[in-house]
Design a protein around this ligand. Structure first.
Ligand code: FAD
Ligand code: SF4
Ligand code: SF4
Length: 398
């Protein structure tokens, strides 16, 4: 049985209009159904899609939300929307039937109820063959290796990634564009605060780039497929490759000062590297290593993550994570034909090494478990398709 067959004809939040129906939804509906309802992840898809540049975004602690820049009709309505503009709702990967629509576009079908981690072709463990790339990477350095190889082989001419602001100890994430090896490596590694990499789209346009990779957390990787399905137009066209980062949550920037510093005396500018492997791991400049219980960090969960159902970056060409025993490898979920082509060609060129996902069965089991856990955050009152496969009443308030 498919997801669609397993569901009532129409969910509480309605569905996509009938094929003959016109898509009339604008900022007004987006504001009511996504932004103020708690579904908004802050992915900034609506911001880059707006042809009138009237959607602002604050990439700051406690914010990471879009807002309307024009005051004419108030915060909750848009004059351009009233005149027929619908780009923002077409771009939003939390509006109405976003999951099924992106699935249909990418895979020609909706996911099955038991496909909690989304549709995929292969799961492998990968790492960059080049030690320098590997050492810069968070896990196996696969994402950086992909970007470098794709730049060299003409798949892309730039990548929307995340840099760190300032010099040493500047742990504030900043979306930006990487167009060469040095920039790719400068952006490598994970920040566990939010970085709306989609916002680097404008910089890519200014640089005249036309073949982009979007690297982003799960919420961001649905932006392209939803835009393509709902025919946003030229905005989605330059996004050629979608690389996802598995994600159960991101934290508000205040975590550094309010928990790491105040309780543990760990100064932000002394943190060298972070990772999350069941606990929050912190390596300090002086060689010290600390672990902070994840439960303690929950109070700093970013608002936009609290109802997010997508752990496994289900709409990426290639999704990547660091769970499992093989901590120095990247767990790699290959979803699309393009993703498979890139991984196969990189293996043939010897720029990555791989071993079968079965080498770490615990990682795959954990991926499914965490995918189900995240999915159970999706509220009953929103589009029902997303909860397909979950036990009735399944809930996760983490
Ligand atoms: C907020 C967050 C939460 C995550 N949660 C999990 C998890 O629960 N389980 C799991 O298995 N994996 C998780 N990951 C993914 C994991 O940390 C690695 O990013 C992934 O395994 C790829 O490793 P790599 O060595 O191949 O990537 P690298 O070669 O190190 O490349 C990483 C890429 O991610 C980009 N990036 C870094 N930080 C951010 C950010 N905050 N926002 C957007 N882009 C960013 C970088 O610019 C770079 O392009 C998370 C990542 C992030 C950023
Ligand atoms: S989820 Fe993304 S596209 Fe949708 S309203 Fe929020 S920022 Fe905009
Ligand atoms: S949990 Fe991760 S994927 Fe979901 S909204 Fe938060 S940052 Fe995005």
């Amino acid at each position: 049985m498919t997801v669609t067959e397993s569901l009532p004809a129409e969910g509480p939040a309605g569905g996509t209009p009938a094929p003959s129906g016109r898509w009339t939804f604008q900022w007004k509906e987006l504001y009511e159904e996504v932004i103020t309802s708690g579904l908004c992840t802050g992915c900034a898809g609506c911001v880059i899609a707006c042809p009138h540049d009237v959607i602002g975004y604050k990439h700051e602690s406690g914010q990471y939300r879009p807002f309307h820049l024009e005051e004419e009709l108030g915060a909750d309505n848009c004059i351009h929307g009233e005149k027929g503009c619908t780009s923002c709702t077409r771009a939003c990967p939390r509006f109405r039937s976003w999951e099924v629509e992106a699935d249909e576009h990418l895979f020609g079908r909706a996911r099955q109820p038991d496909e909690m981690a989304g549709v995929f072709k292969d799961v492998v463990l990968c790492r960059a063959s080049d030690d320098f790339v590997y050492e810069h990477g968070q896990d196996g350095g696969l994402v950086s290796a992909i970007l470098i190889w794709c730049l060299q082989n003409g798949y892309i001419d730039g990548a929307l990634v995340s840099f760190l602001e300032g010099d040493k100890g500047g742990w504030k994430a900043r979306p930006g564009v990487a167009t060469n090896n040095d920039e790719v490596l400068a952006s490598a590694g994970s920040r566990y605060t939010y970085s709306a990499n989609t916002l680097a789209y404008g910089e890519a346009q200014e640089k005249g780039l036309s073949k982009l990779a979007l690297v982003g957390m799960s919420c961001q990787t649905s932006v392209g497929p939803v835009m393509w399905h709902r025919k946003v137009g030229k905005v989605a066209k330059p996004i050629k490759l979608n690389i996802g980062l598995l994600c159960s949550k991101s934290f508000d920037d205040a975590l550094f000062d309010e928990l790491f510093w105040v309780k543990y005396g760990l100064a932000k500018d002394q943190i060298k590297k972070m990772n999350i492997k069941g606990v929050f791991q912190l390596w300090m400049e002086n060689g010290d290593y600390h672990e902070v219980n994840l439960k303690e960090c929950h109070a700093w969960t970013r608002e936009g993550c609290k109802l997010c159902p997508d752990f496994a970056a289900e709409h990426a060409d290639i999704s990547t994570g660091g769970i499992g025993d093989a901590t120095d490898w990247t767990l790699t979920i290959v979803r699309s034909e393009l993703g498979r082509e890139i991984i196969v060609r990189m293996l043939q060129d010897g720029v990555i090494e791989a071993k079968p996902g079965d080498a770490d069965p615990g990682a795959i089991k954990l991926m499914h478990k965490l995918a189900e856990k995240s999915r159970s955050r999706w509220p009953d009152w929103a589009n029902v398709e997303v909860r397909a496969g979950l036990a009735v009443g399944a809930k996760n308030d983490d």
